[in-house]
Design a protein around this ligand. Structure first.
Ligand code: PMP
Ligand code: GLU
Length: 397
């Protein structure tokens, strides 16, 4: 019998992907499931980006690319970061990877030594904690509930940092809450971090362009943290390109070199065709980004207004990304028939089986008592899903 390593066995399955898979299986059996579990734009990739990929095939972009990505793509990314964030990066500071997920994992594995502490404000995207586990680091969570709009305070951050802290991972707009830190709020966190020179910061900015506040501040733009911030971003969310698998890290050169070395040993450069498509995304017209963002904003308004009509659900007003993260503890200890709802995992399962709506248990994001709904779906689906959820929740007594 093959022995699976301890390292592998210690990892949890990605809850977002698992729930999505479960809903796909039910669908295959003919059940009309509405999938609000996985977070990905429901739009098709814009035509000019697809055209660039076709052209890349015809032009024989079929050979290994440089490990950190084509120079033309890294230049396009650097230009984009200058125009959107006002931050100057050289192409040497940019490493292109197989999605933001790989960029994050590269960075974590290149920064964290076994036993190092990694501070993660929660709720947080499912994969951070697991990636820290891979690096044999120790996760220190800093909880922020709905009462504080899921954003940590400078005091909370200060208390979480110790001499053993090696890394802080921040994400704004946030998955799973949609919360966006304002420039002033970020400045508060920066004021704490500037006094902790032993700490590196990863800023996951993958939802930067799905932001309803009208302004965005990249953590990479604070002079006080110069040389210590790794910005993660990519084309998955902004350009509706989740399947193309292109993300990147923009970071100090030493870290970029380390990630380049790591990636060179276990994946090589990302897909050549997808890189050429991503280049077209960054250099082409940007109206598609604004149009999709506007669609998400309308859907946000819709889902928030429908959720507020459901007794027992407590919701914030997300300012970005495409998730709603309602507090659901008022349903705990209630039942329907033989079924008792003990926690949010039970509730998510009940909603899947009773309402045929797939959601994700908040515990997967390190904050029990909540569920996550992705509203990256049509208005019709949102209306139908919320009506079904309302009906199923009303049955719980
Ligand atoms: N960070 C966050 C917060 C995400 O939600 C996602 C989406 N899964 C990623 C990173 C990874 O994105 P990608 O699809 O580019 O790997
Ligand atoms: N960002 C998405 C989500 O959170 C994609 C799934 C994943 O990679 O976890 O649902």
């Amino acid at each position: 019998m093959i022995q699976i390593s301890q390292r592998n066995r210690s990892l949890a399955v990605s809850a977002t992907l698992a729930m999505s898979q479960r809903s796909a299986e039910l669908r295959a059996k003919g059940v009309d499931v509405i999938n609000l579990s996985v977070g990905e734009p429901d739009f098709n990739t814009p035509e000019h980006i697809k055209q660039a990929a076709r052209q890349a095939i015809d032009d024989n972009f079929s050979f290994y690319s440089p490990v950190p990505g084509y120079m033309s793509l890294r230049k396009a990314i650097a230009d984009n970061l200058m125009s959107t964030n006002g931050v100057a990066y050289t192409p040497e500071q940019i490493v292109v990877s197989g999605g933001a997920k790989q960029a994050l994992c590269n960075a974590i594995l290149s920064i964290v030594n076994p036993g190092d502490e990694v501070v993660i404000p929660t709720p947080a995207w499912v994969s951070y904690v697991e990636m820290v586990k891979l690096a044999e680091g120790i996760t220190v969570t800093v909880p922020a509930t709905i009462e504080q709009d899921f954003k940590i305070t400078p005091e909370q951050l200060r208390c979480a940092i110790t001499p053993r802290t090696r890394l802080v991972i921040l994400c704004s707009p946030s998955n799973p809450t949609g919360s966006v830190y304002t420039r002033e709020e970020l400045q508060g966190l920066v004021n704490v971090l500037k006094d902790c020179p032993h700490v590196t910061i990863i800023s996951d900015e993958i939802y930067q362009h799905i932001n309803f506040t009208g302004s965005y501040t990249s953590l990479g733009s604070f002079k006080e943290l110069e040389g210590r911030v790794a910005v993660i971003n990519g084309v998955s969310k902004a350009y509706a390109m989740t399947g193309w698998r292109i993300g990147f890290m923009a970071a100090p050169v030493e870290l970029a070199k380390a990630c380049n070395k790591l990636q060179g040993q276990y994946t090589s450069g990302a897909s050549s065709i997808a890189q050429k498509a991503a280049e077209a995304a960054y250099t082409g017209p940007q109206d598609c980004v604004a149009e999709m963002c506007e669609a998400f904003r309308r859907r946000r308004d819709l889902i928030v207004s429908l959720a507020r009509e459901i007794p027992g659900l407590k919701v914030n007003v997300p300012q970005g990304a495409f998730y709603l993260f309602p507090e659901v503890s008022s349903f705990f200890k209630k039942s329907y028939g033989d079924r008792v709802i003990r926690d949010a995992a039970d509730l998510a399962m009940y909603l899947l089986e009773e309402a045929h709506v797939a959601t994700v248990d908040g515990a997967a994001f390190c904050l029990p008592g909540y569920i996550r709904l992705s509203y990256a779906t049509s208005d019709d689906n949102i209306r139908k899903a919320m009506a079904r959820i309302a009906e199923a929740l009303a049955k719980l007594k």
